[in-house]
Design a protein around this ligand. Sequence first.
Ligand SMILES: Cc1cc2nc3c(=O)[nH]c(=O)nc-3n(C[C@H](O)[C@H](O)[C@H](O)COP(=O)(O)OP(=O)(O)OC[C@H]3O[C@@H](n4cnc5c(N)ncnc54)[C@H](O)[C@@H]3O)c2cc1C
Length: 139
Amino acid sequence: MKTRGEISSKQLVPLRSVVHDPMSHGRLYLLGDAAHIVPPMSAKGMNLALHDADVFAKAVIRQVEEQDASLLDTYSSTCLRHVWNYQAFAAWFTDLMHDSGDASYQGEFRRQIARAEFDRLYASESANRLFSEFLTGLN
Ligand SMILES: Cc1cc2nc3c(=O)[nH]c(=O)nc-3n(C[C@H](O)[C@H](O)[C@H](O)COP(=O)(O)OP(=O)(O)OC[C@H]3O[C@@H](n4cnc5c(N)ncnc54)[C@H](O)[C@@H]3O)c2cc1C
């Protein structure tokens, strides 16, 4: 609840997107947020971290049980294909959400472009299906 004299304010917080490419160097392997940061709008950070852990765990088991380093050797490239795909989705969706609201942020032209893209998500079954696939992590 607001107290008397309280002043509301709004600030734009810069969002950081990072991908360390490659995600390994020698015997050092980066997983999760240590390897990549995605904007929060997409809700993909934990999902990507779990995917990295799954790929890495299988690679370590293969190395330990069969002395086969092939999955460890391809750990970075296997994960990065997935990471860049979802980083692209996260960057697109974050821009869309930001641009479609307040025109003082990126201007009226970008706002109208974003709103047209937003409308397409509801109007087009194909656009909606692709969006749903990204949200549920099927891509
Ligand atoms: C507010 C918020 C909401 C989020 N919502 C979602 C969501 O809805 N969906 C989604 O997919 N992702 C979401 N995320 C992102 C997600 O939480 C992260 O991407 C994910 O937790 C990354 O996992 P991680 O294991 O790489 O790192 P972390 O979960 O950060 O784990 C790293 C661990 O290492 C420990 N640590 C750090 N330094 C040291 C040290 N020197 N020694 C020992 N331990 C250390 C930390 O204490 C921590 O426990 C959200 C993040 C935030 C902040």
